[in-house]
Every structure is written in structure tokens, then in C-alpha cells.
Design a protein around this ligand. Structure first.
Ligand code: GLU
Length: 311
């Protein structure tokens, strides 16, 4: 096998030249204007070595990747009680779909579709003001990534607050079923700000380290979640992290992963590495076109798919 640095650099070169780059998300105005030529990749190995290439240090809107961090916080707050209000099954429907909610009486299929993440945001609000909870989330992500430069892009948050009619519809619908405990505008305030977290591939891969390391932040040695919880979050990412493209992602990449409509993907090779890729163009189901291809090539060249036999 070529060295990991070589593999990462080669993938960035190949992606820079890729002709079919997908289309940036059009429904959140500031995301529409991001240059589709961008591509970044960062791989943090279990021993802390970082390999990065392309636009790995350029912050982008992490959007639904934030759902991994809010799920982690919500499980820390209410534990398994969370599963009374949100399921753990793949949805097989689009990220913003409302159809299952009616037949399943306002309980979203999983915490990674928009409806599920809105319930998680509702859980996190607890007795907090949205602003305080956004601050807590930012502190959590900065600590995980060991990087205080991470911020929320308020323009992206405002744009989504102004245009996020589907998310508001989901929240109101779930309120009618009694799933939500707080006012819709307060929950959406938290939700759009978590989605507007701006992080680079390097920062995102660093923040994902605890998921490859049995729940421990390898830099501090401190436990973020128990080994069992880390394993379970990875299982949810594997089954539900790419919406109705989750099966295809498992087939092609074979790693727990979470995508966002900003074009980022956080993927975890348990025991080996935390990986972040970013390219703004999306495929038909809203997952990064080149991000997925880059991860597919990475696992082909490293043998890191969780379905590859352990050497
Ligand atoms: N903020 C986006 C929304 O609610 C997140 C979707 C995504 O990244 O998949 O539509």
C-alpha cells in the first residue's frame, strides 16, 4: 500500500480534475454560491497523525453533520429516554421528508433525518435559552476539535431561518402529535444555528476522533462517551447517515458516515481514523458527489471499510 499521505494527496489531485461534480444545495441561498471546484480531505489517524490535502483548511457549512454532535450531547443529557421520542431505523426517505411522520404518529425514524434532529434540538433546549445552548454546542465542538476558531456562520443561519419552511412544517406537525416540548421558533433557532456551524475538514476530522477511539478524545485521554455509546452512534451513522442514500454509501464506502448539504461528510474508520471530506456539489439524494467518491477510493486503497477483513 502506498503511504497514507500519498493516497490522500492523490485523491485530492484526482478530485480536482473530476468532471462530474454534482450541484450545490440550492434551497439555502448562501450555500448555492459556494464554488463547486472546491475539494478538501483530512484524515486523522488513531496516533494523531493528520494527512490533509486540497481545501482541507477552508471552513464550510457542516449542516447535517452537526446532528452527530447534537445527538451525542442529547444522549449525554437524557440517555436512552431519547429513544421514546425518536427512532433508530433508516428512513428510506429524503432528508426533509414529512410522509412517514403521519403514519408513525409524529415519531421520526431516526435522529439524522431533519425531523429527528429537530426533536433532538427540542430535547437539548431543556431549560436552556436557544442562545445558551448554541454556545454550549460551540464549546463542545471546539473542545473536541481542540480549536477555538470554529464559529457559527450567522448569514447561513439567518438565510435558513428565513427560508426553512419545510423544517418549520416538520416541527409544527410534530407539535400537533405532542412530540415537541418547546415553541417551534425556539427549537428552529437552535437547529439552524447548529447547521450553520462552519468548520474545515481538518477541524471536523479532529472533532470526530472520539468516535474512532471508543469514545475517548485521544488528545486529552478524557472520555466523551462510553465505548458502547460510541459504537452505537457509529451504527446510527452507518444505517442512517446518508438519508435515502445510506444503503448506497454503505455499499460503496462501508464506513459509518454523516453527510450534510454543505457538501461535507464525516466518516469513521473505527480504531483507525476519523476522516472528513468536502466538495459542495451534491448528488440526487443530497450527499456530496465527490466526497462520496473520494471516500470510496480511500477505502479501496487502505482496506478500511468495516467489511474488509481485519489484516
Ligand atoms: N439545515 C439543512 C436542512 O434542515 C440540513 C440538511 C442537510 O444537511 O442534509 O434542510
Amino acid at each position: 500500500m502506498a503511504s497514507l499521505s500519498r493516497i490522500v494527496a492523490d485523491i485530492a489531485t484526482e478530485m480536482a480534475a473530476a468532471p462530474d461534480r454534482g450541484t450545490p444545495a440550492g434551497y439555502i441561498p448562501p450555500l448555492r454560491d459556494v464554488d463547486p471546484a472546491r475539494f478538501g480531505i483530512a484524515v486523522v489517524e488513531a496516533d494523531g497523525t493528520v494527512h490533509a490535502a486540497g481545501d482541507a483548511d477552508m471552513p464550510f457549512s457542516i449542516q447535517s453533520i452537526s446532528k452527530v454532535f447534537t445527538l451525542t450531547l442529547a444522549l449525554g443529557t437524557v440517555g436512552d429516554q431519547l429513544w421514546e421520542r425518536v427512532g433508530r431505523e433508516p428512513s428510506g426517505t429524503a432528508f426533509n421528508s414529512i410522509v412517514q411522520l403521519e403514519t408513525e404518529r409524529g415519531i421520526p425514524r431516526n435522529p439524522f433525518i431533519n425531523a429527528g434532529a429537530i426533536v433532538v434540538a427540542d430535547v437539548l433546549l431543556g431549560n436552556h435559552e436557544p442562545r445558551a445552548m448554541i454556545g454550549e454546542l460551540l464549546r463542545f465542538v471546539r473542545e473536541l476539535a481542540d480549536d477555538d476558531r470554529i464559529t457559527v456562520d450567522h448569514l447561513v443561519a439567518q438565510a435558513e431561518m428565513a427560508t426553512g419552511h419545510r423544517s418549520m412544517a416538520l416541527a409544527h406537525f410534530m407539535t400537533a402529535f405532542g412530540t415537541m416540548h418547546h415553541a417551534v421558533d425556539r427549537v428552529l433557532g437552535l437547529y439552524v444555528h447548529q447547521c450553520a456551524l462552519a468548520m474545515s475538514c481538518r477541524q471536523l476530522a479532529m472533532a470526530g476522533r472520539f468516535l474512532m477511539a471508543r469514545g475517548v478524545n485521544p488528545a486529552t485521554g478524557r472520555s466523551v462517551v462510553s465505548p458502547q455509546r460510541a459504537r452505537r452512534i457509529n451504527a446510527l451513522m452507518m444505517m442512517c447517515g446518508h438519508y435515502d442514500g445510506s444503503g448506497e454509501f454503505a455499499y460503496r464506502v462501508g464506513l459509518p458516515g454523516k453527510s450534510g448539504v454543505g457538501g461535507g461528510i464525516l466518516a469513521i474508520a473505527p480504531g483507525r481514523a476519523a476522516i472528513a471530506v468536502w466538495s459542495p456539489g451534491l448528488n440526487a439524494v443530497g450527499n456530496s458527489q465527490l466526497g462520496t467518491l473520494a471516500l470510496e477510493r480511500l477505502v479501496q486503497r487502505t482496506g478500511w471499510s468495516i467489511f474488509d477483513p481485519v489484516p
